[in-house]
Design a protein around this ligand. Sequence first.
Ligand SMILES: O=c1[nH]c(=O)n([C@H]2C[C@H](O)[C@@H](COP(=O)(O)O)O2)cc1CO
Length: 142
Amino acid sequence: MKVFLSGSIRGGRQMLPTYQFICRSLRNKGHEVLSWHVADSEVEGKESLLTETQIYERDMSFLQESECMIAEVSMPSIGVGYEVCSAIKKGIPIMCVHMPDSNVSAMLLGNTYTDISVREYGDNSELELILNGFLSSFKSKN
Ligand SMILES: O=c1[nH]c(=O)n([C@H]2C[C@H](O)[C@@H](COP(=O)(O)O)O2)cc1CO
C-alpha cells in the first residue's frame, strides 16, 4: 500500500528512531512510504533547500496519492495535526500510535471520524503488531 507516514519535525525529533523503525518495518512488508523523509535523520538540512510552499505542496500531493496514514503522535506537532486533519478530509484510514504517557490531544483521542484509531504501544514489537494489524485489515476488506 501507499502509506503516508506523519511524524514531528519542528515539533521535536526525539521520536526519530521510532519513525525509522516504522519506515523499515513498512518497507519490509512491501509497502511504499511516500513521506519517508520524516524518518530521515538529515531531513531539516535537506528541507532547508526547499521553500515552505514547496514542502507543503509536496506533502499534500503525497497525501493525495496515499491510501492510508500512519501518524506517530507522541510528540505534539502542528504539522502532524494538520496532516491528520487533511487525511480525514480525504477520507482515508488513519492509525495514530503513541508511547505511554504522551500528552495526546483530545482532537485525536476524542475524534469521531469513523476510520481513525489511536493506539498506545510499549515497545517496537507491540508497535509492529499494531501496524501489521492495521495494514492487513485492508486485505480482508477487499
Ligand atoms: O520540513 C518539513 N517537512 C515536512 O515534510 N513536514 C511535514 C511532515 C511531517 O509529518 C510534519 C511535521 O510537522 P512539524 O514540523 O510541525 O512537526 O509536517 C514538516 C516540515 C517542517 O515543518
